[in-house]
Design a protein around this ligand. Structure first.
Ligand SMILES: CC(C)(COP(=O)(O)OP(=O)(O)OC[C@H]1O[C@@H](n2cnc3c(N)ncnc32)[C@H](O)[C@@H]1OP(=O)(O)O)[C@@H](O)C(=O)NCCC(=O)NCCS
Length: 284
C-alpha cells in the first residue's frame, strides 16, 4: 500500500492478483466456496461432498460423495502401532498443543508410511497410459510392474500387509466398487487394473499379497477422477481424525514426556566400548 493509502501495482501485476485463487471468495459478510455461499452449504451437504467441492471445484453426485466418504472412513486409524499415531501420542506428552501433535503425526506420513496409496495411483496411471497407447491389459500390467520394480524395488504399493492377510477395509471397498460398477456410477477400468495387478503378483506364489487399503483407495480415487497427489492428501485428511483422537486421548492421561519405550527398557547400545578420556592438554 502506498503512503497515501491508494494501492500501488507491481510491474506487470496488480496487487489483487498476488494471491489469485479459484477456491474461495471472501468479502465482508460473505464467504463463497467455489461460488456457493457457505451458509447454503452448511447443513445441506456432507463433509465428503464439501471436500470434493473444495478440491475439484464442482459438487459430486450423492454416490460419488458416498464413495469418497467410504475411503475417508476406511483410513481413519490403525492404532498406535502406526508410527504417525505413536508420534502424535508422544508429542502431546511433551507440552505442545494438539495442533502440534497432529502436525507431528501427519509429518510422518511419507512415501513408506501412508504414501502407498499415491504410489499405487501412479502405478495404475502408468498401466492406464500403456492401455491408452494400445497395449492389452495384462501385457501393460506386466510391463508397468517391471518398470516399477526397476525404479522402486520388488514391493508393489497397495498390496500386502504386516498384520492382515486379508485387509477388511479393502474387502469392503471392493464390494462398494463392484456395486458402483454395476450401477454405472464408475466405469470400472481401474477396478479391472487393480485385479490384474493382484493376479500378476499371485503368479507362482502360494500366499500372494492381497490388495490392502491403499490399493483399494487408489482404485476408488482413480475411478472418481482424483490425481495421485490428492490421493496422499485425502489419506492425510482421513488419518488426521485418528491422529487427533489419539493425541487427545493421550493428553487426558496426564503422562509427561512419554517416550517410545518404558523407562526400564534400555536401547541396545552398539557403539564404542567404554574408554578413558585422557587428562592432558591435547583435548580439544
Ligand atoms: C506391508 C509389507 C511391508 C508387508 O510385507 P511382508 O511382511 O514381507 O509381507 P508377507 O510376509 O505377507 O509377504 C508374503 C509374500 O508376498 C510378497 N509380497 C508382500 N507384499 C508384496 C508387495 N507389495 N509386492 C510384491 N510382493 C509382495 C512377499 O515378498 C512374500 O513373498 P515371498 O514369500 O516370495 O518372499 C509389504 O506388503 C509392502 O511393502 N507393501 C507395499 C507397501 C504398501 O502397500 N503399504 C501399505 C500397507 S497398508
Amino acid at each position: 500500500m502506498a503512503a497515501s493509502g491508494e494501492q500501488k501495482d507491481l510491474p506487470g501485476q496488480s496487487i489483487e492478483s498476488w494471491w489469485e485463487s479459484a477456491i474461495t471468495d471472501i468479502a465482508p459478510g460473505s464467504i463463497r466456496i467455489r461460488g456457493y455461499a457457505i451458509e447454503d452449504l452448511i447443513g445441506r451437504i456432507s463433509f465428503p461432498a464439501m471436500i470434493w467441492l473444495t478440491l475439484r471445484g464442482e459438487l459430486p453426485s450423492p454416490r460419488q460423495a458416498q464413495l469418497l466418504g467410504a475411503v475417508l472412513v476406511a483410513g481413519v486409524d490403525h492404532g498406535p502401532q502406526a508410527p504417525s499415531i505413536a508420534i502424535a501420542r508422544m508429542a502431546i506428552t511433551c507440552g505442545i498443543g494438539i495442533n502440534g501433535a497432529i502436525a507431528s503425526g501427519v509429518n510422518a506420513l511419507g512415501d513408506i508410511h501412508g504414501g502407498a496409496g499415491q504410489q499405487c495411483m501412479e502405478l495404475l496411471s502408468l498401466i492406464d497410459a500403456k492401455c491408452r497407447s494400445g497395449a492389452e491389459l495384462y501385457p501393460a500390467v506386466a510391463a508397468a510392474l517391471d518398470e516399477w520394480r526397476g525404479w522402486h524395488g520388488r514391493f508393489i504399493p497397495g498390496f500386502g500387509h504386516r498384520f492382515h492377510a486379508v485387509d477388511p477395509r479393502a474387502t469392503r471397498i471392493a464390494e462398494l466398487l463392484n456395486q458402483a460398477v454395476r450401477d454405472r456410477v464408475i466405469a470400472g477400468h481401474f477396478v479391472q487394473m487393480g485385479e490384474a495387478v493382484r493376479r500378476e503378483l499371485a503368479r507362482g506364489k502360494t500366499s500372494p499379497p492381497a490388495m490392502n487399503i491403499d490399493g483399494a483407495a487408489a482404485v476408488l480415487l482413480l475411478e472418481l477422477g482424483f490425481p495421485p497427489e490428492l490421493g496422499r492428501g485425502i489419506f492425510v485428511l482421513s488419518r488426521s481424525v485418528g491422529i487427533c483422537a489419539h493425541a487427545f486421548e493421550q493428553s487426558c492421561r496426564g503422562e509427561r514426556i512419554k517416550g517410545p519405550l518404558p523407562p526400564e527398557v534400555t536401547v541396545r547400545y552398539t557403539g564404542a566400548a567404554p574408554r578413558i578420556l585422557p587428562r592432558d592438554e591435547t583435548l580439544p
